[in-house]
Design a protein. Structure first.
Lengths: 397, 243
């Protein structure tokens, strides 16, 4: 029985099948592919959920007032604006210090007289600025009092025939051009980073196990004594890693979409609608990214002297694709053509645009996909070439 | 048939193989005998196409191992120096993988595995994952890997290393069977008993050179000793004396 000439395709299939089987039985490989996509969105959901709850919890402002009868107009005005007026504690200072109340408003004894003689009438906010929990109440009370003050002031000017505009040298108008969708996209500009991270983490263990692991377990030499081309061998391992990487990225996306349903986005005044087309675009954009991440990781892991060294390098590598995401958080990137040629960076930009409902040009998509895949192919070629080198196959001392 | 001509290979300053020549014929068992570090593994690795020699030639069935490693690899079964297994795969999955890499179809692989299960007595372990296998069981898998595609030439690097008495006997029987099948069997060992019990031809290697070549009887005659071990020591020792 003599062996048939085995073609590239058959060998690739054999390697792919063996590596997928091996990886599926490896708890560590499965964990890195599955755990991350579930944990990351979960974390985000919990954080955003907490933020939304905090912002949505505008409880009615409760203000204990000392000397309510000295300023009935003010008290009525406050009540009109939803403030719950409370009777003051016996010892206001102690009550504030002990944290029983957020603040106590004290109407000065001379308030009435001062008010009538058009002098600044004094009210005092007794508070403890070191207590963060009461800061919001203090800020709201202060704003209300300021509002009452300027309202009365304006009325007084009008009564004296002076235009209220005299009091206002500069008027500040806020014109926020961000559409709600853009605001949401800014908040969720983290999702692209998580997708890119997902493609780097999903295949990480497979990339190491099929290269540095193969050598460390002394199974590389028995493998290479078979008449298998180094390209077919590397391609089979590359494909396996890519499958895990892509699965992880897609799971991240799916988990994200699923969990976002539990975040009260309305409370954040955001709208995030990811339509089917957008989701599809995002999923497709992950493809070249997974190819690139896998071949880069395999290249680095093959080059490493040992399994441990490979783990160190490949884990450090995760931080590289995070850089564009980090930068985008602080300094919104203005997309330029050259950026489409940089893996991870181009994906960051494209994904943000897709999420923000901005049109994405086919040219940019193609540029990013081609550049990323080409770089991945380059690393693939270098890995296959390394497997022909004795010092790589038998290890370096 | 395996031929090695004036093979030379150095690693940096160290000369691992320094002009080794020998021939291993079909239907015969040829043993590479020599102390550790004599250059046996380097010679074998050159033959199965993973090391490039600095000079000389290594051919199998007339095919140059350096120029056409894949063509050579189709005609050999190898038990390499390192024979690590995939702990999460079963024995059958190991054998199937090798069969597929050699381009065998499913039926050919299945019948080959059936044959190996009988020959290597692997009925109980064939569908078990190899994690936790004993040395003997692991060796069976490694040898099975070398035989799946039924190659005409076999290169076995220390096939009895670490085996207990029973496993060693089984390995010897297997090697004799392979000879009976008409295969060219080349194996390396540093164990005298191994080589004397099995070999038709012995190539004694020391310090990168093939210092003697012949049947056990011829070697004894040449050294003027009745015992092969004495002959071995004398041949190696005289070599030392020459330097």
């Amino acid at each position: 029985m003599s062996a048939r000439q085995s073609g590239f395709g058959g060998q690739l299939r054999a390697v792919f099948r063996k590596e997928v089987l091996d990886a599926l039985r490896d708890r560590r490989s499965l964990m890195s592919a599955l755990l991350y996509p579930i944990l990351m969105p979960l974390m985000i959901t919990v954080v955003f959920g907490a933020v939304a709850r905090l912002q949505g919890s505008e409880r009615p402002l409760e203000v204990p007032i000392v000397g309510q009868d000295r300023a009935p107009n003010l008290v009525a005005w406050l009540e009109e604006r939803g403030v719950v007026i409370q009777d003051p504690p016996a010892d206001p200072d102690a009550a504030v210090r002990d944290g029983d109340v957020d603040l106590v408003l004290v109407i000065d004894e001379d308030y009435g007289e001062q008010f009538r003689s058009v002098e600044p009438a004094v009210v005092r906010i007794v508070h403890d600025s070191s207590r963060t929990a009461s800061l919001s109440s203090i800020r709201r009370t202060r704003n209300l009092l300021r509002g009452y003050s300027s309202e009365v002031g304006l009325l007084r000017l009008l009564a004296r025939g002076v235009s209220p505009g005299v009091m206002q040298a500069v008027r500040v108008d806020d014109l926020d051009l961000a559409t709600p969708a853009q605001t949401a996209a800014r908040f969720f500009s983290m999702l692209p980073m998580f997708l890119i991270l997902g493609s780097f983490i999903g295949g990480l263990n497979v990339a190491i196990d099929t290269t540095a692991g193969e050598r460390e377990r002394q199974s590389l030499e028995p493998l290479l004594v078979n008449p298998v081309s180094r390209s077919a061998l590397t391609a089979g391992k590359w494909l396996t890693t890519t499958v895990f990487s892509l699965a992880s990225a897609w799971l991240t996306l799916a988990a994200f979409v699923f969990m976002m349903r539990f975040v009260p986005l309305e409370d954040l005044e955001m709208q995030l609608s990811l339509g089917g087309q957008q989701l599809l675009l995002m999923a497709v954009a992950c493809g070249p990214m997974a190819l690139f991440a896998s071949s880069l990781q395999m290249f680095v892991a093959t080059f490493a002297r040992s399994f441990k060294e490979a783990q160190t390098y490949v884990n450090l590598l995760i931080f590289v694709p995070m850089i564009p995401g980090m930068v985008a958080q602080v300094y919104p990137l203005q997309p330029a053509m050259w950026m489409m040629l940089v893996p991870a960076l181009s994906h960051q930009l494209l994904l943000i645009d897709v999420m923000g409902g901005e049109p994405v040009t086919a040219l940019n998509l193609a540029l990013s996909a081609v550049a990323t895949t080409a770089l991945g192919a380059a690393f693939f070629g270098m890995t296959a070439r390394m497997l022909r080198q004795e010092r790589i196959v038998f290890g370096r001392g | 048939m395996i031929e090695v001509r004036n093979l030379e290979r150095r690693f940096g300053e160290v000369v691992a193989v320094d002009g080794v020549s020998f021939t291993a014929a079909d239907g015969r068992i040829t043993g590479l005998l020599g102390p550790n570090g004599a250059g046996k593994t380097t010679t074998l690795r050159t033959l199965y196409g993973l090391l490039r020699p600095d000079a000389g030639a290594a051919t199998i069935d007339g095919i140059d191992a350096v120029a056409e490693p894949l063509a050579v690899q189709r005609r050999i079964g190898v038990l390499p120096d390192a024979h690590g297994l995939y702990v999460r795969l079963t024995v059958r999955e190991h054998l199937r993988y090798v069969g597929e890499l050699h381009g065998l179809d499913g039926d050919a692989i299945a019948s080959s595995i059936e044959r190996l299960v009988a020959r290597l007595d692997m009925g109980e372990i064939i569908d078990r994952r190899v994690e936790g296998f004993s040395t003997g069981e692991r060796m069976k898998v490694a040898v099975g890997r070398a035989l799946v595609h039924d190659p005409p030439n076999l290169l076995l690097d220390e096939p009895t290393r670490g085996l207990d008495v029973m496993s060693t006997r089984a390995m010897r029987d297997l090697i004799r069977q392979l000879r009976a099948d008409g295969k060219c069997v080349l194996f390396s060992s540093h164990v005298m008993q191994e080589v004397s019990a099995l070999c038709d031809e012995i190539v004694i290697v020391a310090r990168g050179r093939a210092v003697a070549h012949g049947t056990p009887d011829e070697l004894c005659q040449r050294a003027g000793e009745d015992d092969l071990e004495e002959a071995f020591v004398r041949i190696i020792g005289s070599d030392e004396g020459l330097q």
